[in-house]
Write a protein that binds this ligand. Sequence first.
Ligand SMILES: [Zn+2]
Length: 257
Amino acid sequence: MNKLLPEWIIFHVPHTSTHIPEQVRDQFILSDSQLAEELLKMTDHHTLDLFAGDVNPSQVVCSPVSRLVVDVERFDDDHKETMAAIGMGAIYTHAHDLSPLRRTMTLSQRQALLDKWYYPHHRALTEAVNNRLEKYNRCLVLDCHSFPSIALPYEKQFFADRTQICIGTDPYHTPRALALYMLNGFSQHGFTINENAPFSGALVPMAHYQNDNRVSALMIEVRRDLYMDETTGEKSCEFQEIRATIKARLSNVSDAY
Ligand SMILES: [Zn+2]
């Protein structure tokens, strides 16, 4: 049975862009080939297509620049962001292997990056969620990610166990029934699953965080070898199959909660 995707889902796709705008290229101390390698390793390749390929654009909030420029998934304040300790707060100073990535940034250069790409992204996400709440009185923010099959040096703090599908949940914003529906669904399709490992949590706009239970949230992290060749960044033959599995789960999510 082919059901349409519920219109109250918002697809948040923060890490799929490989775009480094010309005006910020000189911030990076890597050569072109080193930067290409960094993008290959750090980008959640094809996740826009994988999760939201044919979704109404009003339901999709996707960062237009690479996470190497600004990582919209992090807190803007380094004091709140644990990854800032290893040079990977909202503005990365270090690369996947913990070597230096950028020139030293002044506070105003850092602020300019946030003003241009971080705050507009979060405003767009909040507006998209508000719009769904007005129309449907509910919203699911689906945080769409992928991760490399072998942990990168900066990920060593996370679990070595790299199950194929990781579901991130939030104690307030993820109904138990929703988490189980997604976990069981992927498991029934034969995938190895885990909850909140190696990656945990699910992004919720700050305006709604822990004060609006009409907003639910879930993160899906797909291990990249399931759908792409990690040495080239190209989609593999299995791409359509995993894409269809995700879509089938989401199309029937109204049954879950
Ligand atoms: Zn990601």
